[in-house]
Design a protein around this ligand. Structure first.
Ligand code: OXD
Ligand code: MN
Length: 581
């Protein structure tokens, strides 16, 4: 493999810091993957699963204190604190280098430093970008094989000698006290130490494709977003592509591969977590999925909630922190109505029903995209897919209606910036707390969120064929505490309404201060058994609730000071005025 001089130099420098026993460049081949797996089976990093029912599948148990992204230990390191903004943790680059450098010095002594050149996005696409990461974890290398395109394909895609995001990863001692995930957007550099888990360690995903990706996208005039990408096929065979931003563990993977419960309708999967979107020569947004695998949350994935995923993970899948059945199969809460007898929990201990969950709530599967039964034939199109609608969705038991549509681009950006959600197990910390999560990017925006809103607003200039923008909430509950909307396969009914809006069909809407809300009659609820009252409740926009929520939003916006774009502030003021009238 031919690496550029800049890449070689950086790898040498990094080896000088971490002092490994050997340096191994990864070529991304199947032979290499098989070798890594074999080594991990031997040293116990992986356990084999039942190879007749789950061929090519393995189980990894992470350190019990290393089970999710650690946002409180994640930093953006810019020269000026203001460029990182009030919603990110900031550290001065010099201080971060000194601190993380201390943890990294000699951290790979006696071990292998793997060098992974990886490509984010399809080969041959001008939207794809290159990263080179080093790591001392074979589990990370094998996972990167699944999640990205590794080897010469990446090196060949470099546009210049130093056209790569550089990432250093070391397990360190896995102690949260010596853990830090530092991003240096001004140097296109990531330093991550002390965690072997998911978004902390698979640097292509959140660190590159979102945090540094968003900073790079702002400079280069595109969007790097925490969004799934799907194609919705209607009964005439026409496919309308949509991208949807949703916070971690809020049903994004389920929606990305949803099986339509509507005759003649079908959803095609392009991506489940990240979208990179550029404006094409016709003024239309086009999206690629930069990843080549899914790193999905296992609990509550079942034949009911996500039949495609349950089929997809039956082979060539690395499971992390799920429970184990006596016959060597993976298990997690929700997979079957009743847990099988004799389970070992995610830490390998005999599990007793009625105690703690058997699988960790943030346990995961890592699986190649092409194994998804609903994978779109266009998922690797170098031109990307044309995006006609953008969706902002979050998890709110109150206030937010099932679905509504923004009046225009600026209004849609306002709705996205105003998003709040109830927290889940994908991050460490409290579950079920409402927090602001603009465009589901709170943990992933690599620069000042105020500037991020401005970047979104600025895209409009080049978008002569802008997508429509929608807000959804599958999670609203009635007074009895029950969900008002059935969700899962029935969410396609909401997608159908969007497609009708996009394609210009006549659908009845009510104009409200927050946007256009479909009348209950405009949603196809045939065979659902929902009462008009339930549906009305799911779609209701309550002025009192909204005025309260807008007060909270005011406070959130205030922290951006002059970096909050005027059009966003104006939209908030107008919305409030209309509700008060
Ligand atoms: C993820 C996340 O892993 O958002 O996708 O946490
Ligand atoms: Mn995610």
């Amino acid at each position: 493999m031919a690496a550029s001089n800049a890449a070689e130099r950086w790898v040498d420098e990094t080896a000088g810091l971490t002092t490994p026993a050997r340096v191994e460049w990864c070529d991304g081949s199947k032979a290499e993957y098989d070798r890594l797996i074999e080594g991990m089976l031997q040293d116990g990093t992986l356990l084999p699963l039942n190879q007749s029912t789950y061929p090519g599948c393995y189980l990894h148990r992470s350190h019990p204190s290393d089970v999710a992204r650690t946002e409180q230990l994640t930093f953006i390191c810019t020269t000026h604190k203001d460029d990182t903004g009030p919603t990110n943790n900031w550290m001065a680059p010099g201080e971060a280098k000194a601190k993380v450098g201390g943890y990294l010095r000699g951290a790979m002594r006696g071990r292998t430093m793997y060098v992974i050149p990886y490509l984010m996005g399809p080969a041959g696409s001008s939207m794809s970008r290159v990263g080179i990461m080093v790591t001392d974890s074979a589990y990370v290398v094998a996972s990167m094989h699944i999640m990205t395109r590794v080897g010469q394909v990446a090196l060949s895609a470099m546009r210049s000698d130093d056209d790569f995001i550089a990432g250093v990863h070391s397990l360190g001692d896995l102690s949260p006290d010596h853990r830090l995930i530092a991003h240096f957007p001004e140097e296109k550099l990531i330093w991550s130490v002390g965690s072997g888990y998911g978004g902390n360690a698979l640097l292509g995903k959140k660190c590159h494709a979102l945090r540094l990706g968003s900073a790079q996208a702002r400079q280069e005039g595109w969007l790097a977003e925490h969004m799934l990408i799907i194609g919705v096929e209607d009964p005439s065979g026409r496919v309308t592509y949509l991208a949807a931003a949703m916070p971690s563990a809020s049903g994004k993977t389920n929606l990305a591969m949803v099986e339509a419960r509507l005759p003649g309708w079908r959803v095609w999967t392009v991506g489940d977590d990240i979208a990179w979107m550029h404006v094409d020569a016709q003024g239309q947004l086009r999206a690629i999925n930069p990843e080549s695998g899914f790193f999905g949350v296992a609990p509550n994935t079942s034949p009911k909630t996500n039949p495609n995923a349950t089929r997809m993970v039956r082979s060539n899948t690395i499971f992390t922190n799920v429970a184990l059945t006596p016959s060597g199969e993976p298990w997690w809460e929700g997979l079957t109505p009743e847990p099988p007898a004799g389970l070992l929990d995610w830490q390998g201990q005999p599990w007793r029903p009625g105690t703690t969950p058997a699988a960790h709530p943030n346990s995961r599967f890592t699986v190649p995209v092409q194994q998804c039964p609903s994978v779109s034939p266009n998922w690797e199109d170098p031109q990307g897919v044309p995006i006609s609608g953008l969706i902002f969705g979050s998890r709110r038991s109150k206030v937010i209606p099932l679905v509504f549509e923004a009046f225009d681009w600026t209004h849609g950006v306002f709705l996205g910036s105003a998003m709040s959600t109830e927290t889940t197990a994908a991050i460490t910390g409290k579950v079920g707390v409402v927090r602001r999560d603009p465009m589901a990017m709170l943990p992933f925006c690599g620069y000042n969120m105020g500037d991020y809103f401005a970047h979104w607003l600025g895209m409009q200039q080049r978008l002569t064929r802008p997508p429509r923008l929608f807000r959804v909430n599958w999670f609203r509950r009635g007074d009895d505490g029950k969900f008002l909307w059935p969700g899962y396969g029935d969410n396609v009914r909401v997608l159908k309404w969007m497609v009708e809006r996009i394609q210009g069909g006549a659908t009845a809407v009510d104009e409200t201060p927050i946007g256009w809300i479909p009348r209950p009659s405009a949603l196809d609820t045939d065979g659902l058994g929902l009462t008009q009252a339930q549906l009305g409740e799911a779609l209701r926009c309550d002025a009192g609730e909204w005025l309260e929520a807008l007060g909270d939003l005011d406070q959130f916006y205030a922290q951006f000071g002059s970096r909050l774009p005027q059009p966003i502030a104006r939209r908030l003021a107008e919305t409030r005025k209309q509700f008060a009238a």
